[in-house]
Design a protein around this ligand. Structure first.
Ligand SMILES: *[C@@H]1O[C@H](CO)[C@@H](O)[C@H](O)[C@H]1NC(C)=O
Ligand SMILES: *[C@@H]1O[C@H](CO)[C@@H](O)[C@H](O)[C@H]1NC(C)=O
Ligand SMILES: *[C@@H]1O[C@H](CO)[C@@H](O)[C@H](O)[C@H]1NC(C)=O
Length: 457
C-alpha cells in the first residue's frame, strides 16, 4: 500500500537524521536531563522570589525517596512553630513547581505563606524533585510499578506523617487533579484521615466516566494501555516527558498553535524509543518493529483524529481555560511536564472505562491473588469522616473534572463540602489562572481560617 511505502521511506529518512544527531539517542542523557536542576525546587523557584525555603527528603513505606519543600514568607512576621501547616499536592505530569508557576501574586505557593501558613510542597515518586528509591534505579522496570493508589497510600501518608512529626499539628491539604484523587482515596483510610485538619480540592476527581476531553477519550479508545508491549509504552511515556525538544514539540507547539516544527524533531521520536529499548535490555520486546509502525508513527494522528483540534493541544486535553496566559508557556515548559508511570495512566483509563473509584484492576485471576477477590476493592467515599472539613472548586469548562462526575463524588461523601463552581474555568485555570487569587484562593483561605486553624495534635 502506498501509505506503508511512504511510512517506510519516512522511517528510513528519520533513522538517518537521528543517527546524525546521536546526542538524542542515549538514555543517560534523558536521565541526566531529569536531574539537571541543581539545588532543587527551593533554589530554582522559591528563594529567588524572596521566600525562605528548605529541602527535606522523606522515605515511603515501599522505599521511595520523596522531596518535600517547606516555604515561609519573609514579609509575614511568623512564628513558624505556630503557623498552620499546609501540604500542596500537584497533579499528573506535574511536580511541586506547579504551585509557583503563575505570577507571584497569583501562585498559591506564594499566597499561602503570605497569609501566615507554613507551606509544605509535596512531590510524588518519579517526578524531577523526588530522589529515587533506596534500592531501585529509574532504569528498573519495578521503579515504575505503581499507580495513584500507591501515591495515596504510601506517598501522601509519608508526607503527612513527616509534617505532623515536624510541626506537632494536623495538616491542611490542598490538591489539584491527581492530587485530589490521592487525597480522596487516602482519606477513606481512618489512620490517614486522622492526620488531616481540612482539605481543599481543586478540580476534584474520584469518578472519571464523564470526562469530555476528546484527546484523552481517543487514547482510551485506542486501548494502548491494554496491549502486550506495555513496557515499551512505559519508555514512551517517560521519554516523551523527559526529552526537552520532544516536550516542546509535544506540548509547546500545540499549546501555542505554532506548527513550525523542525522535521527531525517529529521523525526522531520513534527512533528514540527504538534505541532506548536497546539500552534498557530488560525491556526489549519481540514485536518492536510492529510497535514502531503500529503506534509510533500513528499515535499522534490517531489521538488527534476526528474532531480534536490539535492546534490547541492544551484545550483539547483539559478543556477551554478562560484565564491561561499563553505568553508564559516557555516558562511553564522549563519545568513541566514531569514523568509518571504507565501503570498510573492505565489505572486512570480503567476509571474512565469502568466508572469506578477502585484499586488497580489486574484482571480476575491476578486480582484474586492480590486482593482475595475477582474485582478490585473500591475506595468507599462513604468512609471519609464526616467531621473532616472539605472545600471544593470545580469548573464548567473542565474536560477532565466533569460536573456530573463531581456531583457523583459529592453524593457519596458523608459530609456536605463547601463548593465553589466557576462556570468558565478549565482544568488548568485552577492552577494557572491570571485571576486565581480573586476567583479561588481568597475563598479557600477564608475556608481554612474558618476551620479555626485549631492547634489539635
Ligand atoms: C550523565 O551524567 C554523568 C555524571 O554527571 C556523566 O558522567 C555522564 O557523562 C552524563 N551522560 C551524558 C550522556 O550526558
Ligand atoms: C513559531 O516558532 C518559530 C520557531 O521556533 C518562531 O520563529 C516563530 O516566531 C513562531 N511563530 C509564532 C507565531 O509564535
Ligand atoms: C502574561 O504573562 C506575561 C509574561 O510573563 C506578562 O507580562 C503579562 O502581564 C501576563 N498577563 C496577565 C494578564 O497576567
Amino acid at each position: 500500500m502506498a501509505t506503508s511505502v511512504l511510512q517506510t521511506v519516512l522511517l528510513v529518512l528519520a533513522l538517518l537524521l537521528c543517527i546524525s544527531s546521536a546526542e538524542y539517542l542515549t538514555v543517560d542523557s534523558f536521565i541526566n536531563h531529569s536531574q539537571s536542576y541543581d539545588g532543587g525546587l527551593c533554589v530554582n523557584l522559591v528563594e529567588p522570589c524572596g521566600y525562605t525555603c528548605s529541602e527535606h527528603t522523606i522515605q515511603t513505606k515501599d522505599g521511595f525517596l520523596l522531596g518535600l519543600q517547606r516555604v515561609s514568607s519573609s514579609i509575614v512576621n511568623l512564628e513558624l512553630q505556630s503557623a498552620p501547616p499546609v501540604l500542596l499536592l500537584h497533579g499528573l505530569f506535574m511536580g511541586g513547581d506547579a504551585w509557583f508557576m503563575d505570577s507571584a501574586k497569583q501562585s498559591l505557593g506564594f499566597i499561602l505563606p503570605d497569609h501566615g501558613f507554613d507551606v509544605w510542597v509535596g512531590n510524588v515518586r518519579g517526578t524531577k524533585w523526588s530522589h529515587g528509591h533506596v534500592s531501585l534505579s529509574e532504569r528498573d522496570k519495578d521503579f515504575w510499578d505503581w499507580s495513584w493508589q500507591e501515591l495515596a497510600l504510601y506517598d501522601l501518608e509519608a508526607m503527612l506523617r513527616y509534617i505532623k512529626s515536624e510541626t506537632s499539628s494536623k495538616v491542611f491539604v490542598v490538591g489539584h487533579s491527581q492530587g485530589t484523587i490521592m487525597s480522596l482515596a487516602a482519606f477513606t483510610q481512618p489512620d490517614i484521615a486522622d492526620l488531616v485538619e481540612a482539605a481543599a480540592l481543586l478540580s476534584p476527581i474520584s469518578y472519571l466516566d464523564h470526562i469530555t476531553s476528546k484527546f484523552v477519550l481517543n487514547l482510551v479508545q485506542m486501548h494502548l494501555d491494554e496491549v502486550s508491549f506495555s513496557s515499551l509504552i512505559q519508555i514512551y511515556v517517560n521519554l516523551i516527558l523527559e526529552v526537552s525538544y520532544i516536550k516542546i514539540f509535544f506540548t509547546g507547539t500545540w499549546i501555542t498553535g505554532n506548527t513550525s516544527i523542525k522535521h527531525e524533531e517529529v521523525f526522531c521520536f520513534p527512533f528514540l524509543l527504538f534505541f532506548s529499548a536497546f539500552t534498557r535490555p530488560r525491556l526489549i520486546i519481540d514485536d518492536i518493529y510492529a510497535v514502531l509502525s503500529d503506534i509510533l508513527t500513528n499515535i499522534i494522528d490517531l489521538a488527534c483524529d476526528g474532531h480534536v483540534d490539535c492546534s490547541d493541544m492544551l484545550a483539547s486535553i483539559t478543556g477551554e481555560n478562560c484565564c491561561f496566559n499563553s505568553s508564559r508557556v516557555d516558562f511553564y515548559l522549563e519545568y513541566e511536564p514531569h514523568p509518571s508511570s504507565l501503570k498510573n495512566l492505565k489505572h486512570l483509563f480503567q476509571m474512565i472505562r469502568k466508572g469506578t473509584f477502585a484499586r488497580y484492576d489486574y484482571g480476575s485471576l491476578k486480582n484474586v491473588l492480590q486482593y482475595g477477590q475477582t474485582k478490585p476493592p473500591s475506595f468507599d467515599l462513604g468512609q471519609i469522616p464526616e467531621s473532616l472539613p472539605i472545600w471544593m472548586a470545580h469548573g464548567g469548562n473542565d474536560a477532565l473534572g466533569d460536573v456530573i462526575d463531581v456531583h457523583h463524588t459529592l453524593s457519596e461523601l458523608p459530609s456536605k463540602p463547601n463548593v465553589l463552581f466557576l462556570e468558565n474555568y478549565g482544568h488548568i485555570d485552577f492552577l494557572l489562572s491570571t485571576r486565581a487569587y480573586e476567583d479561588l484562593y481568597g475563598n479557600m483561605i477564608r475556608f481554612f481560617k474558618s476551620c479555626g486553624m485549631s492547634r489539635s495534635s
